[in-house]
Design a protein around this ligand. Sequence first.
Ligand SMILES: Cc1cc2nc3c(=O)[nH]c(=O)nc-3n(C[C@H](O)[C@H](O)[C@H](O)COP(=O)(O)O)c2cc1C
Length: 189
Amino acid sequence: MARVVLINSSPRAGGNTEQALEECSKAIERENVETQIISLRGKQIASCIACYSCKKTGRCSIDDGLNEIIDEIRAADGLIVATPVYFGTARGDLMSALQRIGMVSRGTDQFLSRKVGGPIAVARRGGHTATIQELLMFYLINDMIVCGSTYWNMLFGGAPGEVQNDGEGLGTIRRFGENVGFCINKFKK
Ligand SMILES: Cc1cc2nc3c(=O)[nH]c(=O)nc-3n(C[C@H](O)[C@H](O)[C@H](O)COP(=O)(O)O)c2cc1C
């Protein structure tokens, strides 16, 4: 069965990003595509050290748990990343993870090619669109297929749970999830 990996970079258990991804995941599963939410919480994801050893070994030389996440992504059909907005940008650990994931993909068999997905940004008040644009750079250089929705994939919420008050945002995320599932099913035919 087709499967989508959804990465949550929020350090808050039960936070707004987690709740957004649960909504997205349910929408994808209604399209009969499996989902797997992976949290970076508690992990110490380091930045790429530009050793280029992934080109030779196919693995990242840093042993902090990211290789196991790469294995899950490699086997999946889709990849969605979600982040709380911090000072108008994505969280640093998500960017570190994506830069290393991209490097391993590009240095080996381009396993990211044609994986379907896109980014989601959650913030109390501002910085969503800059964050989405920042994250799109990863998708577009790695030969991936980005799905849209009826608005940008952004949700408003400060304290954990506040995102539930953003009905339009949740609707946008549901439609995005449906589109991801829809595209994967089309490509599988
Ligand atoms: C270090 C830090 C920086 C933040 N920067 C922004 C910001 O630039 N814009 C904004 O609207 N909210 C900002 N916030 C608020 C979070 O984006 C918001 O609380 C979000 O819901 C957190 O998601 P989570 O519950 O999944 O962790 C910031 C929070 C922290 C801890």
